[in-house]
Design a protein around this ligand. Structure first.
Ligand code: DLL
Length: 435
């Protein structure tokens, strides 16, 4: 099913014409209303009237996270503050928080895009949605909430945390759809097991998971454990929140991007050059309809590629490949580049380990070292030390062979790695703590 058939199946030439009209209007608006953009455009020697075709997009300068921080809190607003009805912000663990403002129309558009997303994931107004994304400054909770209401489904606004209580409600209310991070879905399932609740006997049929990188092998793990279809939803607060893209349940092969609202490109993160479809690089997004805080060519730091091939669901929007990581997540261990998601794939392909792991980066002398702690399955827990050592060696060898990096692998007891209620912390960097 498709929520907005007209837009979501628009022929590409009509879609591009719409994008161009919107882009021109946007460029004109930010040039005249946001001093930061006027300055940036002047510096790049480009004026609004220079944008005549979609390919002229590459003449515009990029916007980066640091530009948002430098204009903290409201410097990038393109409307008077009175027109702003909602403000979200990122947690700001690595500096000042990133602030995002919405007008009433922005909130409405977001709700519509999230309603589209629910329908793409197979939801209807008859569904009950258990929403365990955090409510608050994080966009996950309220984003999903407004979308489910827009669709007319029933939403249970449980937010993150109180995990045992959540299991009780999953059992009692019988929701058919669950929204949370993939790592929290596994934690819920594990808690249910401890409480004697069998997830497979619940009416739950679809999970809408995102907000953190996860792999296809993790998807299979979740689908098997929970007996549901697991759908990947993508988004980021700077651009809107969840619903920038979502997979369709028909193909489950990478999120369709909502291209009538967002103009997307993939660039080489080193040179800034646009890359052709299919090539992997950094996703860059221009918001075409945002009123309060539009962004031009925002560098997401997310690594992916774009897939223009037609999808069997009938949507004409491009699909993005699953995000494998962020440019700032890349680990460089003794000159070798590794992404946590590559390690996840190798770990989960190994029989006997559970989908819970953490990567510790330490400095020993002048060398960076990596230790991976991964939980073993309950089934292996009572096995002989020899068996466990063999398993550790096997994982170490696999990682060396496939990723070219030497690691220390340590198997740890089931349930000993801290569970997160939202985004999982996969990498712990101890290098600046004298470790
Ligand atoms: O995580 C918005 C969101 C909420 C998306 C709920 C999906 C579901 P931020 O906290 O600003 O916003 O974090 C955005 O999270 O740039 C990616 O690096 C990562 N991310 C989000 N969705 C995915 C995904 C929300 N499906 C950052 N796969 C993004 C991989 C994702 N990474």
């Amino acid at each position: 099913m498709i929520f907005d058939v007209e837009m979501e199946t628009l022929p590409r030439d009509e879609l591009e014409a719409l994008q161009l009209t919107r882009l021109k209007r946007l460029v004109d608006k930010v040039y005249h209303n946001v001093p930061f953009y006027r300055h940036a455009f002047d510096e790049a020697g480009v004026r609004p009237e220079d944008i005549c075709r979609l390919s002229d997009l590459s003449r515009l300068p990029f916007t980066e996270k640091r530009d948002m921080r430098n204009n903290y809190p409201f410097g990038l607003f393109a409307v008077p503050k009175d027109n702003v009805v909602r403000i979200h912000a990122s947690s700001g663990t690595t500096g000042r928080a990133t602030v995002v403002g919405y007008t009433a129309r922005d909130v409405k558009n977001w709700a519509k895009l999230m309603a589209r997303s629910f329908v793409a994931a197979g939801a209807t107004r008859r569904d009950i949605v258990h929403n365990a994304y955090g409510y608050g400054l994080f966009t996950g909770g309220l984003g999903a909430h407004y979308g489910a209401e827009e669709l007319g489904a029933a939403i249970v606004p449980i937010s993150g945390g109180s995990t045992r209580r959540q299991v009780g409600l999953l059992h009692d209310f019988g929701p058919t759809i669950i929204c949370c991070t993939p790592s929290y879905a596994l934690f819920l399932c594990e808690t249910a097991e401890e409480m004697g609740v069998d997830f497979k006997s619940l009416p739950l049929r679809v999970g809408i998971f995102g907000a953190e990188p996860w792999t296809d092998i993790m998807r299979r793990e979740i689908e098997n454990k929970l007996d549901i279809k697991a759908i990947d939803i993508y988004g980021l607060s700077e651009i809107m929140g969840p619903g920038v893209g979502i997979e369709c349940i028909e193909a489950q092969s990478g999120p369709h991007l909502m291209e009538d609202h967002f103009l997307v490109e993939v660039i080489d993160p080193e040179t800034g050059e646009q890359l052709p479809y299919g090539e992997t690089g950094e996703l860059v997004i221009t918001t075409l309809t945002k009123e309060a805080q539009p962004l031009i060519r925002y560098r997401t730091r997310d690594i992916t590629s774009l897939d223009p091939t037609p999808c069997r669901c009938g949507r004409t929007f491009l699909r993005m490949k699953r995000v494998t990581g962020r440019t700032d997540d890349m680990l460089i261990i003794r000159g070798v580049n590794v992404f946590p998601s590559q390690i996840e794939t190798l770990l989960l392909e190994t029989e006997g380990v559970a989908p819970h792991y953490q990567i510790f980066i330490k400095r020993e002398g002048n060398l960076d070292t990596m230790e991976i702690q991964v939980e073993i399955d309950d089934k292996l827990f009572n096995d002989q030390i020899k068996t466990l050592q063999r398993l550790e060696n096997k994982i170490q060898t696999n990682i060396k062979e496939f990723l070219g990096v030497t690691t220390k692998v340590k198997l740890v007891e089931p349930r000993s790695i801290e569970r997160s209620l939202g985004k999982a912390k996969r990498v712990v960097d101890l290098r600046n703590q004298g470790a």
